[in-house]
Design a protein around this ligand. Sequence first.
Ligand SMILES: [Zn+2]
Ligand SMILES: [Zn+2]
Length: 429
Amino acid sequence: MATGFGGLRMEVRLWGVRGSLATPMSSSQLRDKVAALLADATPADLADLPAINRYLDRSPHSWTYGGNTSCVEVSFGDQLFVLDSGTGLRALGVQLLKDGRAGKVGINMFFTHFHWDHICGFPYFAPIYFKDRKIDVWGGRSDAEELLATQMGGAHFPVKWANLASRITCHQLPEDVPTIIAGAEVRILPLIHPDRAYGYRITYRGRSVCYLTDTEVSKNPHRLNDVYAKFVDGADVVIVDAMYGFLDYHEKVNFGHSTIFNFIDFFRETAIGELVIFHHDPLASDPAVTALWDDAKRYKSVIAPDATWKLTAAFEGQHWSLAESGPVPVVTTEAFAPPRPAPAAVEAKIPAKSEAAAAKPKATKPKPRPPKAASKSAPAKPRPMRKPASRPPKPRPAPRARPAAKTRTAKPKPAARPARTKPGKRKRS
Ligand SMILES: [Zn+2]
Ligand SMILES: [Zn+2]
């Protein structure tokens, strides 16, 4: 598996693409795929193991979009950025152990928001258990540490946040200016979602990936069109919340999610490389996601026939390898912090709410934190945690020219197109 470790390319890989709730494939869905595979196979396809593997490589029935919730890896140089910590994060942690990056790379984790489907993989991410491992957490709100600690507190998880061996430092990102983190530029965009969410644009050496989930642009598209178009213009990969089909959306207004059709409208004149349908409905089977993708391609051909960007539906393992197109940044990584000076403080408990309210911001932290982030690259004044955030106007940089063509791993062929599943009413997340 290609990794960003040691290289100058920006590697983007999807580890979880499902929305709201992890959705393992059912036995009946697996059986349908096996039946379709056997029905299509010729004797030559099954002649020996290499022939079988060649057949599986080209069959539309031999793969799945995946059932893990949101997690995107962005790797470059000796840095790992993680966008959201859904259940896909566990497999990313396993991969880091396999390829040796777990103890070497700088790790920065970014959260769109803190609904369960975007955080529940965090306690299963191996590097958080490495002694003195430095990990930096970033988000648009000031209480990330409290929210992540809550997930591991009480009766929710056996290992408590305060007892983690790693050194996790949480930061609040400003909305109005880009922040430089480990040599990459990070910008955030407030999204339309319950409990506040933020989209991201990460740029490294001239290549950009945008991550805009979860957001309900479909409720007020005219007001948001220019904002989103400006935010993504020039990006290589734009991953968006396109959870619902057109009719499904109208049964789920105010759930906080969108259709792909609005994003096609928004971006039809932008210079992006690829628009990616993401945060698939847990009620949508593989054929249903493919049907939505087909509808979207048909809509694009009508609404934006001159648009040169690709339109794809996210699947686990989808990968983009983006060649550098800018100067090499100076980045220094420290994967591990110096030994802890005060062992007694490690045992400090998360203060009760009453204590936390009475304590000063620093005193509410369950563990002592080093004064600096994992990277020595100076962030552009990220706000300290728990400090009330001012909300200044949001000037945006001018759109950039479209980067050069990118390479991408082979994508599976879409599955056959049975009828869409019929989602019922559900809770948003
Ligand atoms: Zn959500
Ligand atoms: Zn979500």
